[in-house]
Design a protein around this ligand. Structure first.
Ligand SMILES: C[S@@+](CC[C@H](N)C(=O)[O-])C[C@H]1O[C@@H](n2cnc3c(N)ncnc32)[C@H](O)[C@@H]1O
Length: 242
């Protein structure tokens, strides 16, 4: 499906912007991405960009996406939105009674274990859930696959839904003011030996899983310090080589 048609079809729905939609759409179009896992779909706007790109490529590919049962009550809900766009056949929604981390356990136990080429995390935005989600997702992310987190700077105080804040009262003030996804990205993803190619764009933090035998040049290069070679040092080196 063409990008502009998706923009038109999701108009007025939260949460993803068209610029962010373009990033997801182009990534799926340009890279070898077939199987996608998404955590947090809400109305299904991000799902629509991902599914639209898969469809436009005209190759096999599906999205497994997880949210809470309450999302069925939204208007439109994911089934209505994707049905209207003709993209429902590309998407398998899963409803997690409690939390997607439990559904990830069930995916990990499936035989054969599913593999995903792209994992998009845009759900709870809190450390205790998404730190665990990262490690669970990592076990299902293909070599050279992409992981993208939305809302690097999201905080409970600034960004949690003002009509649904009861849950946040159990968090300390420090936790309410800290961007949890930023910490997941900086401390867990960037420090992980199997991840590189880090990018930050439009609130997204993305990374690529590198092969076991590949040297992580990106990380190595940050360790190399520039060495200042003075004229005297050069002359000394030349003399020693004579
Ligand atoms: C920001 S919205 C997702 C928006 C969607 N990715 C988009 O861009 O169109 C976050 C969603 O995550 C879901 N969510 C939050 N915590 C969750 C959890 N622990 N388990 C399952 N879903 C969760 C919420 O119900 C909500 O619909």
């Amino acid at each position: 499906m063409e990008f502009d048609k998706i923009v038109e079809g999701v108009q007025g729905l939260r949460w993803l912007t068209a610029d962010q939609g373009r990033i997801l759409y182009n990534l799926v179009m340009d890279e070898q991405i077939q199987d996608i896992l998404e955590l947090g779909f809400c109305h299904g706007v991000s799902t629509a960009y991902l599914a639209g790109a898969l469809d436009q490529k005209g190759k096999p590919g599906k999205i497994t996406t997880i949210d809470k049962p309450e999302s069925k009550l939204l208007s439109p809900n994911i089934d209505t939105l994707l049905g209207k766009l003709g993209l429902a056949h590309r998407v398998q929604p899963i409803y997690a009674d409690h939390c997607y981390t439990w559904e990830l356990l069930k995916l990990l136990e499936r035989k054969p274990r599913p593999r995903f080429d792209l994992i998009f995390i845009d759900g709870a935005h809190v450390w205790k859930t998404d730190a665990l989600a990262f490690f669970l997702c990592d076990k299902m992310l293909s070599e050279n696959g992409y992981i993208i987190f939305d809302d690097l700077s999201w905080t409970i105080t600034r960004d949690a839904d003002p009509n649904d804040r009861q849950w946040s009262l159990k968090y300390s003030e420090e936790e309410r003011l800290t961007p949890h996804i930023r910490r997941v990205f900086d401390l867990l993803v960037k420090e992980h030996p199997r991840y590189g190619h880090f990018r930050e764009e439009s609130g997204f933090g993305s990374a690529r899983k590198i092969g076991k035998d590949q040297v992580n040049f990106l990380k190595e290069s940050t360790k190399v310090k520039p060495v200042l070679v003075t004229k005297e040092m050069m002359e000394k080196m030349m003399r020693s080589q004579k």
